[in-house]
Design a binder for this molecule. Sequence first.
Ligand code: PLP
Length: 428
Amino acid sequence: MAFTSKEKFEKFNDKIWLSSPTMHSESMKYVMEAYETNWMSTVGANINEVERIAAETSGTKYAVGLSCGTAALHLCMKLAGERLYGKPQVGVGALNGKRVFCTDMTFNATLNPVVYEGGIPVFIDTEYESWGMNPIALEKAFEMYPEVKLVVYAELYGFPGNIKKIKEICEKHGVLLVEDAAEAMGATWESKQCGSYGDYGVVSYNGNKIITGSAGGCLLTDSLEDANQARKWSTQARENAPWYQNEEVGYNYRMSNVIAGVIREQYNHLYEHIAQKKAIYERYKEGLKDLPVQMNPFDETKAEPNYWLSSLLINEDAMCKQVRSEMEALYISESGKSCPTEILEAIASINAEGRPIWKPMHMQPMFRMHEFVTVKGSGRAKTNAYIAGEIKNIGADIFHRGLCLPSDNKMTAEQQDRIIEVIKACFE
Ligand SMILES: *Cc1c(COP(=O)(O)O)cnc(C)c1O
């Protein structure tokens, strides 16, 4: 980044980010090793080590190092699609025309790969207990679409929901589960790692995740055959012949050995980063305890979050009027009440970065015609869930009342206290 003035540089460095990379200079050793040995491509000791450590950390048998979490999710969808429906013709997606049950309130990268493979996402509403997929709505979805064979589940902000229950529902119906643990590396449900419950799992090393290589991701699986297939696809699907022999479509999705050097070392800091994120969460919880809000919910007896993004939900009766169109938000401030838009503005005014909750997929214009299943039943996705002033489902409600708070590991206690003060002021 080019800075035009010293002040601008200082302002940039002063900013309290939502979640920025937390780097450790020790990783330069592995990066330099890649330079010195000239393993600068997508082969080398760093990649092998990342795969070993990723599998060991997540408790799966195999990990495949890839360019990003989204690429890993794409290969998960291909593996699942081919296992379920057989190898498609060239030019036809592995999930072509098939409905897939997907987490509704998440980053679009969770389910874009379903669409890459021609699948049709059917969105499953959220639960208040974890902000993840609602198991009751999932059961309802199976009553309505018994032909569905694949479920895509994402843990939200590093706070696991009952993925064990979701897995049991999948097993009961004989379907495959893809688990997007991109935000939840190191988090557990009943002491088992997120990313290891699915038939296929994914972790990400994107710049804002709990550990990072600047980019990167791993596909997790217990199947050696599937791990090898994913690795082959990720390196242009070259066959074992003296020339470039091709029997199927390939991708350039392999992890770089330079980036792997950074990731490899970052794993040494995973639990240190989690402890820092937890301290941030606890400080918010304590600092905001007198306000009409709650922090990210989780089952304290079963879930151990990684606390990636601290978020809050404003009580219904403490919400001032807030209206969001497709592109803009308006609110009317009111004494004793507030709303995410007002709080995000207040946080931004002290040069800190918050963010709205992931806008649910069923509210996105591109998925307007897709089916959406709530605990009450199904219908077409509604894009204007609350323009008429009526909140129609749990995801829309959490989006309406919730927001992510600055959760950067490098934020000082004083900086965080200032954020807490401006949030309190919103309710005065
Ligand atoms: C970050 C993220 C991804 C994508 O990971 P990349 O490595 O950025 O491609 C997928 N799903 C969720 C839920 C994420 O937060």
